[in-house]
Design a protein around this ligand. Structure first.
Ligand SMILES: Nc1nc2c(ncn2[C@@H]2O[C@H](COP(=O)(O)OP(=O)(O)OP(=O)(O)O)[C@@H](O)[C@H]2O)c(=O)[nH]1
Ligand SMILES: [Mg+2]
Length: 339
């Protein structure tokens, strides 16, 4: 097992002000060679959103010579049904109206390019302040989200990513509610070649998380990913449980969890926004992972999430395979949706 953690980390010798940037680079590292088909795979994964959104835009603009109120009304409808969200849709339409009034925009054919630019600017969400591990300590990431959104799968995919970057990874099965949950994480751990810290079903999730962080420290892991439950017995409040995990691991390793990833299922559309508000209030979400973008035409939710929540999207899930978790790059995303 120790062989996974033997790789020396240069960045730990860097001054604290640079550590954050290095920690961030762990997931925004240059794309590995196996991602050469990156863009086409992204494009393929987002095909349903693209046909639903750009396909309809193209049909709307076809043969039109002027930007009329009727055209804007139809545009509003397309934006709204792509799950961009009411507030964001309104903002986009108002910006277009203002551009038309100022005569900066006349030709419907140019409207698409203008929308693309506006949407791109909405997607540029600055990183939130979050911790970085101290020298010799692991980066601890707590992964949260409601039942079935893709937390465990995301952890497996992220573990695979970190491993290909040469990092020592450890998984922690703090979802002790479902019997199958621990088993599922163990299977993924085996596939990704990383150890899994676990206890029996029904164990206290905070105790498992504490053990996981302790093991990560002892074995000098670079990254510890903690899987949590999406649902508990009705008597226990999920948010309180997550807050407890948060507190308990902070006792073992001050500053941990350094990152809290909220996993959201893109197919749930606007519902994802209210979930994010709840989790953020309870445990302070630092990054969002948006899964199942491949199965939906509701990809516009990416825009709504960025604009309304101001929480950066770290990864998007575009399929069920190990390498179907992609760093969210606004420019690539917009390109894949519009072209
Ligand atoms: N198509 C597609 N399916 C995904 C993606 N991410 C996860 N899934 C699927 O979603 C289902 C649920 O994933 P899990 O990882 O078990 O979800 P979870 O949040 O851990 O669920 P609980 O532990 O029950 O709360 C699985 O069948 C995954 O394969 C994705 O990006 N695309
Ligand atoms: Mg799970």
């Amino acid at each position: 097992m120790l062989k996974f953690f033997s790789k020396k980390q240069d960045h730990k010798d860097q001054p604290p002000d640079q550590r954050d940037a290095v920690a961030e680079n762990r997931v925004h590292a240059p794309r590995p060679v196996d991602e050469q088909g990156f863009f086409s795979r992204l494009r393929e994964g987002l095909s349903r959103t693209r046909t639903g959104f750009t396909g309809r835009l193209d049909r709307l603009f076809l043969g039109k010579k002027e930007i009329t109120e009727d055209l804007l009304e139809e545009l509003e409808e397309i934006l709204f049904t792509s799950d961009i969200g009411v507030a964001t849709t309104q903002e986009l339409i108002e910006e277009v109206q203002a551009k038309v009034a100022r005569k900066e925009l006349k030709d419907p054919q140019k409207l698409k390019e203008a929308l693309k630019e506006m949407i791109s600017s909405f997607l540029e969400v600055p990183l939130r302040p979050h911790g970085a591990p101290m020298s010799g300590e692991p980066l601890v990431i707590m992964v949260v989200g409601v039942n079935g959104v893709g937390k465990t799968t995301t952890i497996a995919k992220a573990a695979h990513r970190f491993r290909t970057e040469g990092k020592g990874v450890m998984l922690v099965a703090a979802d002790t509610f479902r019997a199958a949950a621990v088993e599922q994480l163990s299977i993924w751990g085996e596939r990704a070649g990383v150890p899994v810290i676990k206890q029996q079903k029904g164990a206290d999730p905070s105790a498992v998380a504490y053990d996981g962080v302790a093991a990560g420290l002892a074995r000098k892991a670079d990254v510890v990913l903690i899987d949590t439950a999406g649902r508990l017995h009705t008597r226990t409040n999920l948010m309180e449980e997550l807050q407890k995990i948060n507190r308990v691991i902070g006792k073992k390793l001050p500053g941990a969890p350094h990152e809290v990833w909220l996993v959201l299922d893109a197919t749930t559309g606007q519902n994802a926004i209210s979930q994010a508000e709840l989790f953020n209030e309870a445990v302070g979400v630092t990054h969002i992972v948006l899964t199942k973008l491949d199965g939906t035409a509701k990809g516009g939710i990416v825009v709504g999430i960025s604009k309304q929540l101001g929480i950066p999207i770290k990864f998007i899930g575009i399929g069920e395979k190990m390498d179907d978790l992609r760093p969210f790059v606004p420019r690539d995303f917009v390109q894949a949706i519009f072209e």
